[in-house]
Design a protein around this ligand. Structure first.
Ligand code: DON
Length: 569
């Protein structure tokens, strides 16, 4: 079913009318710069990044420094004990990615989170030492630095070390999450974590929050290089922690950990070129699957967030998440039919079963038909950076749940991740985010667990840098990034409107459209229900810290859904 083509290129007049609209009617960006921009989850981390840029560092340097700073000022998700993904677009147009996803320790086994009756043991993949994968963040920053950095390594880690030892004023988001009864209990369970994240009485707004042990760890990494984390004193501390908590990560696991540079997933959406993460992130492939199907829709003819618009997007999402569950896992371990999944031809086949009015039932939607023998030429935080030369970096990093597995490495001051929950503990049983996985994402030694993190960079049809995008939010990351791309390209929003606009999400199972509360009219919701969609209201979706480059300016949008901050110059 072909319901149309994309927006046609509009003329000269249209360009000026749009500029006026952007000036007078659209939301103001959070920051505008002519030289550089950093948008992250915390004002102090964005400040660290922008100061690196102003001091002559490039976007890769600033991304590394911002990442280390987030590990201090955003301990719920920023990290050195977790992992993530980075998409880099160099000023000459070369695009590459760094995969620093955690790996399963060598001692894991497929049914490690199941009891004798083969039922999933609640919490075992979440708040125990077994939940932790081998951390990748420090190796990822190290590889990015060695290949593309230009500043002095120490200068990139030092600001974070200083924020740890001197302390920083506790902001509202950190204060409320540390005071929340659920997290108080969560962080009290581990004696090392309790020393840092608990106190007698409540944390107060703007009190100075000092993390001495983390400061010393960052000093060691600053002075001895990134590998200290994997082979030095910090590694020994991780091993002490494993001994204390009966964990699985060994000396060899740490020594063997490698961040990997990979080719990005590249596809066109209405002439714009999108570059995103390949597996072990499902992000790039899944965004491609959504947008390629939606090229069959003429958005010009649809009202924004009308029932028809939401219906089409939800139906495309339903189908790609069914494919995600079946086909996607670490491509170093399982063959992932990437070329097929991101092709227009495959998207058009998937789109054929979409009814323009009535909702499909997810129980009747299966993964697409790709022969098994198909051979290929084989609580999270997002930040975006652009520098004066036009280098751009998009990074999403996580310890998975807010405060990871709640265990702090002995004397080292940082939390471990609970990323093992992103594996499929048992085929067909949903993980913490309601995602179903199958054999492709089963637990195996040294394998990377499947992720939804989707750092993404979009170029204009002329090949210029246009958007730097990403978000936290588990499976909603993918649909958040896809919606922002459509908001800008199809609905001609500026980046601020595109980020702030209400979001919705469908992930095949559970079979429902999740809507941000307060963002959609009762009439629209009723119209969706009349078509057969189940609806669930929920809190905010994601925190997309994004950048748009246009007309010689760099526009930063820090998502107001959380504590983010944009800094430009
Ligand atoms: O890699 C993933 O897909 C998840 N571990 C991300 C978790 C996440 O985004 C939580 N943030 N809100």
């Amino acid at each position: 079913m072909k319901t149309g083509t994309g927006r046609k290129k509009k003329g000269f007049m249209k360009y000026y009318i749009l500029l006026i609209i952007n000036l007078l009617i659209a939301r103001n960006p959070d920051a505008v710069g002519e030289n550089g921009m950093v948008v992250s989850s915390h004002e102090l981390a964005s400040k660290v990044g922008i100061e690196i840029l102003q001091g002559g560092g490039n976007a890769i340097d600033a991304a590394i420094a911002t990442g280390f700073a987030l590990a201090v000022v955003h301990p719920g998700a920023g990290n050195i004990g977790g992992g993530g993904f980075m998409v880099i677009r160099l000023a000459d147009g070369t695009v590459t990615t760094i995969d620093f996803r955690e790996t399963a320790p060598a001692a894991v086994f497929r049914d490690m989170f199941l009891d004798d009756s083969l039922n999933v043991i609640p919490g075992k993949s979440w708040n125990t030492s077994w939940a932790a994968g081998v951390p990748g963040s420090v190796a990822g920053f190290g590889l990015a630095y060695e290949k593309y950095g230009s500043a002095n390594w120490r200068d990139l880690v030092k600001p974070a070390a200083e924020l740890s030892t001197v302390g920083f004023p506790l902001d509202y988001q950190n204060m409320t999450s540390l005071n929340h009864p659920y997290y108080q209990e969560y962080l009290l369970k581990d004696e090392e974590s309790a020393k840092i994240f608990s106190k007698d009485g409540h944390f107060t707004l703007y009190e100075t929050f000092i993390q001495d042990d983390l400061g010393l760890t960052l000093e060691r990494i600053a002075n001895s290089g990134w590998n200290e984390f994997y082979t030095g004193k910090t590694a020994d501390m991780i091993l002490d922690c494993m001994q204390r908590t009966d964990g699985l990560i060994t000396k060899k696991d740490l020594q063997n950990y490698r961040a990997i540079e990979r080719e990005p997933i590249v596809f066109k959406y209405r002439g714009y070129e999108v570059h995103s993460m390949p597996p072990a992130s499902s992000g790039g492939v899944t965004i491609a699957g959504i947008l390629n199907q939606l090229e069959n829709v003429v958005f010009d003819s649809l009202d924004y967030h009308s029932a028809q618009h939401i219906h089409y997007v939800a139906e495309a999402e339903r189908r790609v998440y069914a494919d995600r569950a079946e086909f996607m896992g670490d491509m170093d371990f399982v063959p992932v039919p990437i070329e097929r999944l991101i092709s227009d031809a495959y998207a058009n086949i998937r789109w054929e079963s979409v009814d323009s009015i009535t909702a499909s039932k997810s129980e009747n939607i299966f993964h697409g038909n790709i022969p098994f023998s198909y051979q290929e030429s084989d609580e999270t935080t997002h930040y975006s950076v652009v520098d004066q030369w036009g280098n751009a970096v998009s990074v999403t990093t996580t310890i998975n749940g807010w405060f990871g597995n709640g265990i702090v490495v002995d004397g080292a001051g940082f939390l471990l991740n609970n990323e093992m929950d992103d594996f499929s503990a048992k085929p067909g049983v949903p993980n913490a985010y309601g995602l179903i996985g199958k054999a492709a994402n089963a637990i195996e030694p040294n394998k990377r667990m499947l992720s939804s993190m989707s750092p993404t960079i979009v170029e204009t049809p002329e090949g210029e840098l246009f958007l730097v995008l990403g978000s936290p939010g588990g499976p909603t990351i993918i649909t958040t990034v896809a919606q922002i791309i459509m908001n800008v390209i199809d609905f001609e929003m500026n980046i601020e409107d595109a980020v702030e606009s209400p979001r919705f999400h469908h992930q095949w199972l559970p079979d429902m459209i999740q809507l941000e509360s307060y963002g959609f009219s009762p009439e629209t919701v009723q119209a969706l229900e009349n078509r057969g969609h189940a609806i669930k209201y929920r809190g905010t979706i994601g925190e997309a810290n994004c950048i748009q480059v246009q007309d010689g300016y760099i526009y930063g949008s820090a998502d107001s859904r959380r504590n983010s901050s944009a800094a430009g110059y």
